[in-house]
Design a protein around this ligand. Sequence first.
Ligand code: FES
Length: 182
Amino acid sequence: MKIRKDLALSRSEAARFLKALAAEIEEKGRLDLNGLDVPLPALFKVELEYKDKPDKKKLEIEFKWPVESLSVSVVRNKDSVTERIRIVSHGSLPVGKAVGFVYRGRESLLIHLAPGEYKAYHRRCPHKGEPLSWYEPTREIHCEAHGAVFDAATGAVLKGPVREGLRPIRLEVTDEGIFAAE
Ligand code: FES
């Protein structure tokens, strides 16, 4: 499901969008949000809130659930500290899919590019810090804000107002899972 932040929908289009979302939640138990694979839990906490502000009105629906604690180990050397976290276990992320995680306090993205080939990047655009999305058909990472496009295999800039590419997060692929470790 592709979601653009600035998308203007009519009331009936908005209703259709919500129905499509509901069908995915019910039938698949996971969501594909702008290429991000979001496995859903058996139980949610749902909050519906109406915000009436002078400049805009907002209807917010929040689905919340607790995060499983990540196994984090910290190795301190004389000059550096390595923080190692398990992002996913082996086989849990299908080829062509991506999953979000937080590493060293930053939103990040793990992509399963090809069987056994994984890449991870921080999930904020180097241009103005907007969130990035995985786009599977062309194996690219997109920024909807101003159109930047990055090569998912290398992090290099393919298009857009940004010069700086994405720096890959160092990964370790072991029998226990895929780890971020740097
Ligand atoms: S913030 Fe990503 S292209 Fe501007």
